[in-house]
Design a protein around this ligand. Structure first.
Ligand code: FAD
Length: 809
């Protein structure tokens, strides 16, 4: 048997090696037009960045070694220029000598790959405009970086463009990334890609999304890349990474069938329209395993597996290639982004029905250091069939996407995901692995146990219920959402509207789901926000009342930690959100102004939450560093004489609100308590300072007998005793108006004033009676509601000075 292989890298080298193993007597010749065979093209960006220091490491196999090991003949710098299927021969040009010759075959394997597309824009032919496809390309790019170029433009934000940008940044090159789509990594959905853009920007990549390079101009300093949006960027180097096209010209010229996008058509045995010619790798059109539709999926894994199947079939097997899922993963600085199957946008394009969920389980047991949320998006059908998945996270992304890919390849359903028995120990996973968890949630959706709404589809008239802890809300809140922590929800059901849809949410989705179940059982119309606040942020990157995406600050400008500054230590490792931030709050409450708190936490979200929390609470973040899965931070209580750490562009919110209640009119007192409750629900510390007539609101209905002088007793008789006895400020009409008002309030489910007082107090609203007014009016402490404290005007002035809001009612 004489087998010719065109192309000597992923698919070609695999095919030749397999053929040689199956039949050592076969005559096998590999033609490769380049100088290298079997090199690691996937590793090229990392040699530019210095992560793979040795160039030789990329030359997985030299021609000599390959020949020695396999017995196959390798002809490098030999280009196949034509295929003649009838004569069963190819024409070859020796690129070193220029000699042309013919070579006959029994079977031919084409693995000619694909080539990078260079957009036809003026200046794209400049020698400093380079694509990254092979070893010489890599050498040229690395040569420019080694020579000290200061800046570079990468055109194209796909897998290769992103890897190149990251590696240029690692080399200290100012890097701009230009992408036509409004997102990086177009194969995945936009909201999932938003995390990648944030991370790239955080590491210094200057992103130009939704625009394209229109011209490259050479000037004495280097190149200027002109963009469609009018911007111009100077660069010493331009790397073009806008996509690939299959190297199928040979096949077309030989009369082999090709598809709409130029890929060579093959049957499931990987034979082209000529049964003696097989084709594998980037050059072929494959069947999309999920959509059952022709697709071009240029990835190394499929190329290698197809090569093995094609060769097995040449030697008599009857194996079939069942299609590609497009399982892929890319490193983006500290993140990994992976996907398998169809994206949501692709499903929409294809007009397919689908369900979806976002889940954010921890990458491993949350109490073991380094656990971090995995953002998992799962697309599935009502039947349970899995259509696609995307995962972004820092840890454990590869393992989960591979399990999902395996499940999809074997037609497992989301119900099957629930049952998978996966390896577990705290450093690696959870007893309920994220993949199991994805199955639980998806199955719950199918069964109707949970009804979800996507964060970008929330109806404008819905009642948004934030069930996170107030400390979390400080770090970022959805505008107009009302905060009732999950633990207090049962006692506050009367604050929720019966006539509006309620959409509860928490940070990651789980507490929101618990709230959803509770509220539905209590008769409310409710849907859970899929993925919670963190997924809402993906859809609203600049939203949130206080941005949690504060930069991780270096020691804050103006503040420094003195050698002798002893810090109180707090170990919050193993606690998951909101644990660490709640612990910080409690500890800070115990400290004196200016004292330092050194906190260590393992919950990665803490790195975002703490700067926002410090900014919102007026404490100073002195230091925050992440290493080995732990976050170490130092917070100085109060300002310590220095500027606070800037919290993104959002303004810090005041933490305290003070109300002076002067009136004992029913309507005004009600307004005071409703406003106070609103502030408290947003996490503010609220004090109502009752003075003069306002003291009556705090009086008990049936006070114990207290000793008073006659004047005080007379005062007491003349004034309303307690919240139930107050009258309207207007239209009281001898009490008729007040009675009517109470009747209407009762009918419309509006709380009475005593209920409003209780509700406010349950949210931590502090009631303070003015000592001076008590003396004047002869009111004694025993006559006031239990738990009401008394204070002087100085105390009130102190509270008001700390408050962002002070109201006089
Ligand atoms: P190739 O491996 O490209 O081999 C084709 C060979 O055929 C070429 O060497 C070419 O010179 C030769 N050839 C073409 N025409 C002729 C001819 N007429 N005569 C002689 N020789 C010819 N994939 C992943 O799955 N994961 C990754 O992380 C990843 N990273 C990548 C990073 C980079 C920078 C690049 C360039 C690619 C990456 N890929 C990755 C894609 C992956 O490398 C390809 O999908 C895979 O190599 C395709 O294999 P192939 O055999 O079809 O083509």
């Amino acid at each position: 048997m004489k087998i010719l292989v065109i192309g000597g890298v992923a698919g070609g080298a695999s095919a030749a090696a397999r053929a040689a193993r199956l039949d050592s007597n076969a005559e096998i010749i590999v033609f490769e037009r380049g100088k290298y065979i079997s090199f690691a093209n996937c590793g090229l960006p990392y040699h530019i960045g210095g992560v793979i220091p040795q160039r030789e490491s990329l030359l997985v196999m030299t021609s000599e070694k390959f020949v020695g090991r396999t017995g196959a003949e390798v002809r490098i710098q030999s280009e196949v220029t034509a295929i003649n299927p009838k004569a069963r021969e190819v024409e070859v040009k020796n690129l070193k000598t220029g000699e042309a010759y013919k070579e006959s075959y029994d079977k031919l394997i084409m693995s000619t790959g694909s080539s990078p597309v260079v957009p036809p824009i003026p200046g794209a032919d400049d020698p400093d405009v380079i694509t990254l496809w092979n070893i010489p390309d890599m050498d040229r790019i690395k040569g420019r970086v080694d020579a000290g170029i200061k800046s570079a433009v990468v055109v194209g934000g796909g897998f290769i463009g992103m890897e190149v940008a990251e590696n240029l940044i690692e080399r200290g090159v100012e890097t701009h990334l230009v992408e036509l789509q409004p997102q990086v990594l177009p194969p995945i959905d936009k909201e999932m890609a938003s995390m990648l853009s944030d991370t790239m920007a955080k590491h210094g990549v200057k992103l130009h999304l939704n625009t394209k390079a229109t011209e490259i101009v050479r000037n004495p300093e280097g190149l200027t890349v002109k963009l469609e949006d009018g911007e111009s960027v100077s660069a010493g180097l331009v790397v073009m990474a806008v996509g690939v096209r299959p190297n199928s010209e040979l096949a077309k010229a030989a009369g082999l069938e090709t598809g709409e996008r130029g890929g060579v058509k093959v049957n499931d045995r990987l034979q082209t329209s000529d049964p003696d010619i097989y084709a594998v790798g980037d050059v072929i059109e494959v069947n999309d395993f999920v959509l059952n539709h022709p697709a071009m999926i240029p990835l190394a894994g499929p190329a290698n597996r197809q090569a093995r199947i094609a060769v097995n079939n040449i030697f008599g097997a009857d194996e079939t290639y069942k299609g590609s899922l497009g399982t892929s993963i890319v490193k983006v600085f500290e993140l990994a982004a992976a996907s398998v199957g169809a994206s949501e946008k692709r499903l929409k394009q294809m007009g397919r029905d689908y369900l979806k969920t976002y889940i954010l389980p921890a990458s491993h047991a949350s109490y073991y250091p380094g656990a971090d949320p995995l953002y998992i998006k799962l697309l599935f059908e009502k039947s349970g069939k899995i259509l696609g998945a995307q995962i972004v996270g820092r840890d454990g992304v590869d393992k989960r996407i591979d399990v999902l890919a395996t499940a999809m390849r074997n037609n497992l359903t989301v119900m099957d995901l629930e049952e998978l028995e996966l390896a577990y120990a705290p450093p690696f996973g959870s007893a309920k692995d994220p993949v199991n968890f994805a199955g639980f949630v998806a199955h719950n959706i199918i069964k109707g146990d949970t009804i979800v709404v996507d964060p970008d589809k929330i109806p404008s008239d819905a009642f948004l219920l934030d069930v996170r802890q107030p400390e979390e809300v400080i770090c970022g809140a959805i505008p107009d959402a009302v905060n009732i922590p999950l633990g207090k929800l049962r006692d506050n059901l009367d604050r929720l509207p019966k006539d509006r849809e309620i959409i509860p949410f928490c940070k990651l989705g789980l507490r929101g789901y618990v709230a959803e179940r509770l509220l539905r059982d209590k008769g409310f119309k409710v849907r859970n926000m899929s993925g919670g606040y963190l997924v809402w942020k993906l859809f609203h990157p600049t939203g949130g009342e206080v941005s949690p995406s504060c930069p991780n600050p270096a020691p804050a400008s103006g503040g420094s930690i003195g050698e002798t500054d002893a810090a109180v230590e707090l170990n919050a490792c193993g606690l998951q959100c909101p644990g660490p931030i709640v612990q910080v709050k409690n500890k800070i409450d115990e400290l004196q102004d200016g004292q330092l708190l050194k906190v260590t936490a393992s919950d990665a979200g803490f790195a975002n939450d703490l700067p926002a929390w410090c900014n919102a609470t007026g404490n100073q973040l002195m230091k925050i560093v992440e290493a080995d899965g732990k976050i170490e931070a130092v917070v100085r209580k109060g300002q310590g004489g220095a500027e606070p750490v800037p919290a993104g562009t959002a303004e810090a919110k005041p933490k305290r609100a003070t109300l002076v209640l002067f009136s004992n009119d029913l309507d005004k007192a009600m307004a005071a308590f409703i406003i106070a409750t609103g502030f408290a629900a947003l996490g503010h510390k609220v004090t109502i300072f009752c003075t003069f007539w306002g003291l009556n609101v705090l009086r008990k209905d049936h006070p114990p007998a207290v000793k008073k002088d006659l004047l005080s007793r007379m005062f007491g008789w003349m004034m309303p005793r307690g919240a139930k006895k107050l009258a309207l400020s207007k239209m009281n009409m001898m009490g008729m108006g007040t009675a009517m008002m109470k009747h209407v309030m009762n009918k419309q489910n509006v709380d009475s004033l005593p209920d409003l007082i209780n509700q406010a107090r349950s949210l931590g609203v502090e009631l303070v009676a003015c000592e001076m007014a008590m003396n004047v009016m002869g009111i004694k402490q025993e006559e006031l509601l239990d738990g009401v404290s008394t204070a002087g005007v100085g105390n009130f002035a102190g509270m008001a000075a700390e408050s962002g809001t002070t109201l006089f009612i």
